[in-house]
Design a protein around this ligand. Structure first.
Ligand SMILES: Nc1ncnc2c1ncn2[C@@H]1O[C@H](COP(=O)(O)OP(=O)(O)OP(=O)(O)O)[C@@H](O)[C@H]1O
Ligand SMILES: [Mg+2]
Length: 318
């Protein structure tokens, strides 16, 4: 028995020696078979993967730090073409914005609309003047008085003046509401443009004329206006929507909802100062745009159009 035990002991000793040897062996075998070399196929692949991973991490950190900068391209800006007014709006109006042109009777809203359209077509933009008040011929005549040739650009296919009947609008809206059981379809076009004409600048003259046709059905008017704003936004067209106010406005639109839907409000004043009337203009609001906040003098000059004097501030308006 003891002999057996001795023999067993001796074998365990021998085994442990072998184990040490094998450990030494494994240590040697852990040494990399291939020495690090930047040009080696395997290392090149690993380096590439690490670089890619690092770039992804860097991108995520950057996006977290400047979310707007990376996701949004700066929007193109446009000029109104009204001399002096563009100096009040530092970089211009973001393309696709909707601007309310509010003012009293005879304050120059229509002339402003025609002037901005002329500026657009002169610069190769497609412009649509939607008139709900004066005839196409009358508007063309106004333009000629200021030295703006409308026919040249109509022939070029850049300019369209189209007259609409406000009562046609109410009829269409009512039919649409009936069909859709009280809800206007967002996809449905609230206005019919000339076939194939996709305007970049639109003037609506005026929302007040449309509202007058909706008397007694104000809720329908509000629905229509919401749809109109959404439609212009979808088109990406910059729109100038004329609304008639009192000479010194306390409210800038018919229903009050327009000034909230619009990105900007420009107010035209025609105020009495003693025995004379003076014209003035103000950029009341312009979302996301730096602009001067003051009421400045303006003039309507034959053969020239609206001229704004950005340095001539109107102090009192009694
Ligand atoms: N050729 C011109 N030269 C100088 N001033 C002009 C000329 N034509 C019009 N005006 C001035 O512009 C005013 C009218 O401008 P405009 O028709 O743009 O006003 P509006 O705000 O659209 O008026 P409404 O509320 O009646 O639609 C006139 O009352 C007149 O004082
Ligand atoms: Mg007018």
């Amino acid at each position: 028995m003891f002999g057996n035990l001795k023999i067993k002991k001796s074998t365990t000793k021998k085994k442990s020696k072998r184990a040490v040897k094998s450990k030494k062996k494994t240590k040697i075998s852990k040494k990399p078979k291939v020495r690090y070399h930047p040009k080696h196929k395997h290392h090149k692949k690993v380096k590439k993967e690490i670089k890619k991973h690092r770039e992804n991490v860097r991108k995520v950190i950057k996006r977290a730090k400047h979310p707007r900068k990376l996701n949004k391209e700066p929007r193109e800006r446009i000029k109104t073409g009204v001399s002096g007014l563009d100096e009040l709006i530092y970089k211009g109006i973001p393309r696709g914005n909707s601007i309310l042109l509010a003012g009293g009777p005879g304050s120059g809203k229509t002339i402003f609309g025609l002037q901005t359209c002329f500026h657009g077509v002169k610069n190769g933009e497609k412009c649509l003047y939607m008139t709900f008040e004066e005839s196409e011929e009358k508007l063309k005549e106004h333009m000629r008085n200021f030295g703006w040739d409308p026919d040249k650009y109509i022939k070029k296919g850049l300019f369209v003046i189209k007259r609409f009947d406000p009562f046609d609008v109410t009829r269409v809206v009512e039919a649409m509401l009936e069909k859709a059981k009280g809800e206007l379809l967002v996809e449905a076009a609230p206005v019919s443009f000339p076939k194939g004409f996709k305007p970049q600048r639109i003037v609506v003259d005026s929302l007040s004329a449309i509202a007058a046709a909706f008397v007694g059905k104000e809720e329908n008017y509000r629905l229509y206006i919401e749809q109109l704003f959404r439609y212009f936004e979808k088109l990406g067209a910059t729109s100038f929507l004329i609304t008639e106010t009192t000479a010194i406005p306390v409210k800038y639109s018919v229903s009050g909802v327009e000034e909230f839907l619009a990105d900007g409000v420009i107010v035209l004043y025609n105020v009495k100062k003693g025995n004379i009337r003076e014209s003035a203009i103000e950029v009341l609001k312009l979302r996301g745009t730096k602009h001067k906040k003051k009421i400045v003098a303006m003039e309507i000059i034959d053969g020239k159009g609206i001229v704004v004097y950005p340095e001539q501030e109107l102090i009192s308006m009694d």
